[in-house]
Design a binder for this molecule. Sequence first.
Ligand code: SAH
Length: 217
Amino acid sequence: MNQKNNRKFLNRRKKLVEKIRKKGISDESVLQAIESIPRHLFIDSALENRAYEDSALPISCGQTISQPYTVAAQTELLDVSTGDKILEIGTGSGYQAAILCYLGCDVYSVERHEPLYLSARHILRDLGFRPHLKCGDGSLGWSAYAPYDGIVVTAGAPVVPEDLIKQLAVGGTLIVPVGDQKVQTMTQITRVSKEEFEEKQLRQFKFVPLIGKKGWD
Ligand code: SAH
């Protein structure tokens, strides 16, 4: 990552990391990523002062940049290693994609709103990251590059999207919030073998809806 924006708000990021650690995130590489990625660059400059609060904030197209704790929790559950091929559904601001790039993943990310896709592309490039981005319906995954070692959905789905399960590599993990439009249960699905999956339900979160063929109408 380019170093130019790294120092601004560094103290605020350190405080944010301590807050997230207290909330239960213990993966040091994830905490290091949160400390290093300049979240203020992924939101409107008018909100810059709130960038290191542990809260979701509005971005364009009526969407939100996820709460830092939520990004950390989803990333920790993905349990990535350097070189893993990771698919993200819902690029939004590009912040979660930046965290995954920082951790050395080969990142693929799909966003349905073109203005968000374009601004995320710009900021990620500016930071020196090179994820593969696409504008389209991510509820269908991104089959051209499957299988993935991990898939993370950053919008709430009504059911687990079956295309995403099919695009998981053996040993890979899918992290997807599933529920109604008010509250979703974080769901972790691991592909144990070609035909066998293990599913765990974790705590509840609140995401913007996953809109698409295998999401909400
Ligand atoms: N990961 C983002 C979170 C953005 S909120 C970040 O770090 O900022 C979730 C995003 O999912 C929104 O931008 C929304 O437009 C997008 N989304 C919803 N349904 C989608 C779909 N079917 N395909 C791709 N993106 C979708």
